[in-house]
Design a protein around this ligand. Sequence first.
Ligand code: ANZ
Length: 804
Amino acid sequence: MKNYNFGEIERKWQKIWENERRYQAVDFDRLREKFYLLIEFPYPSSAGLHCGHTPNMTAMDITARLKRAQGFNVLFPMGWDSFGLPAENYAIKTGRHPRDITAESIDYFTKQIKSLGISFDWSREITSSSPEYYRWTQWLFLQFFKHGLAYKEEANINWCPSCKIGLSNEESEGGVCERCGSDTTQKPKSQWMLRMSDYSEKLLQGLDKTEYWESIKQMQRKWIGKSEGTTIFCKLESGEDFDVFTTCIETVYGITYFVFAPEHKLVQSLKPKIKNWNEVENYIEKTSKKSEFERSELIKEKTGCELKGIKAINPITGEKVPVFISDYVIASYGSGAVMAVPAHDERDMEFAKKFNLEIREVISGGDIEKAPFEKGEYLGKGAKLVNSSKFNGLTVEEAKIAITKFLEENQLGKKETNYKMRDWVFSRQRYWGEPVPLINCPEHGWVSVPEDELPVKLPDIERYEPTDDGESPLSRIDSWVNTTCPICGKPSKRETDVMPNWAGSSWYWLRYMDPKNDKVFADYKKMQYWGMVDLYNGGGEHVTRHLLYARFWNNFFYDIGIVPNSEPFKRRIQQGIILASDGSKMSKSKGNAVDPMKVVAEYGADTARMGMMFMGDYTAMKPWSEDSMKPCQRLLNRIWSLQKKVVEGKIRRENEYDIYFCIKKVETDILNLKFNTAISAIMVLVNRFEELENITDEEYRMLLKTLNPFAPHISEELWNIKGYLPKIEEISWPMVDESKLLRDEIDVPIQINGKLRGVVIAKMDAGQDEILKLARIQPEIEKYITGNIRKIVYIAGKIFNIVI
Ligand code: ANZ
């Protein structure tokens, strides 16, 4: 039989599914359990999707189809994260409006996705740049504002001189702009901030309510950066108070100097007392140009400057020690000042060597070789305190407790918990984003735009490139900026900043539950019904940014009572990155990106889907390869050919094991993201079917049903050709009777006078008589039993010898 015509078949079924609205999720279906399966909504770039993006859609589609077959009411939506820099930068480059570019990109993305037969519920499609959607992004922002969690502050922000925008710490990790790769600088700017730091502990605790991969939880914990230690209240010799935060209070007797962040407010006020002010001022000036990343890099040489004329007092010993400023101390962390213990802290040690400061050991013993500390813990076990007065001889753990207690009793310090996570810089001086819905009134300050006036629409403008002074292009439109105060009616001005890229993605999964609602962002009852996202698939690069932002928003919404669950996502998984075939990153600009439409045109959607899954382990990084297409295409052609071998009938006993084994393996493999081995299992079953003279309807149906999540078009077509009823997707996933998977039978080879004449399938515990009976049933064995049986030798389970 010649190869099947995949193009025609696939178009036909895609049309049928669309007309039948087959994959629409049903709100409040009480008969079926719900399953919410979410893929990060893509940013619709003008480059279109490439084959680095499509395996995750396919994998989740396979999961969605299995879940539906298992009887779940599956919510599997898709939408567009369409505000943001890339569209805007591309628009500026091409001189076209970002709105038009976005619309065009969405069209092409949709076509690409549909060509693969992905079963999204398109009736719930959302676009974050549409006014119907961003109306609610603005409304939700106003909730933060009303609850004091959005505030405007002049802050040193990470500034990208090339994109001309302020970036969050997350977007400028490593001191480079995530978007364009330029080095970021520090720039003071008045910005809207979201008080995310208030949620540090909640975001940490909330992880326990999730089933994210442990590696993902670890990354989140690291980002939140909880640190438990002690704040010590210190004094300068001249009387001024300051605090230091330490995680190693047990080293307090080893302090030989203190270090302040150059921006520490005390430094300026000490000016009259500092003898080398010029030098100090120079150092401060130099530091202000460095990014936080550059400053905290461990490898770089330590720099600093002593505050001459100033001495600080070690609160526990009363000793007077020098004070420095150095850029390795970060102003915004802890108290912006540290006690330096060069004997036990690597950075302090380097610094002390450079400035010739005393290094005083206070912990000894154990096996402390090179770096005595690794993240505040001694490498050597059993180390004890020395040179520490009455605390001598205590272990590190004992000393932590004893010294903290002593400090607390004498009001010299207190236990303290610090977090690395900062507030979120929530404004951008750009065009293509949600306008911040606030008005600045000379009398009332910042005032919310009334709810019934939302959305504050993004005005249509000609020039949307940012201004050179870093102000938003919206600031150029007087007619838009000038308005009146909602409270007193006096002339006021609109905020001209827009929200960052991440705003729309911080709540979109809620909108999918109720995408057309124009009264609220989502109906509470619907949110109760759909609950947490059961499985959330996304990129590894979003694990600290998007995933934290989204959890922050959701936790806050829960606290103010507008969503039913504190945590948004139950499980979070991530696909392995697909590299280009040459092993580099796949991207259109490099010319190595493969358009999935091309693959579909060449092999068909079903083969493309299977081939993408057969490339290797789903979660592993791997290069794109079409080598896996061929075996999958052959497989589908073989299944197509099998149709002519089908005869009426049920599953035959001798095939039960193979069939049920395959069904079970495919099911568990899909749920464990082992799509490639599931395909192998189908291949094994097809091999077996090909060996048989014929296969029965029920056997063929089982094969098609098992194949359906992977190759939905061909499986439904064959089902239809065979006239099986009801529809392939209306029957549920076959229940596997586990007893059928127990191999309680064994193959026993039968020898007659030393020659192998056949094999019988016998119960494990079958005796001689029984096996002989089974052997005689088979004509090809029976015909050799020509005389009297002289002797039988049965080696249980292995071989049955008949001597005639
Ligand atoms: C003395 C000490 C001795 C320290 C020792 C460590 C080892 P986490 O919270 O885990 O990052 N530190 C405190 N505030 C700082 C700031 N604003 N900028 C830079 N460093 C700062 O670690 C906290 C430790 O980092 C603190 O404990 C302090 O150095 C330093 F053998 O105090 B430690």
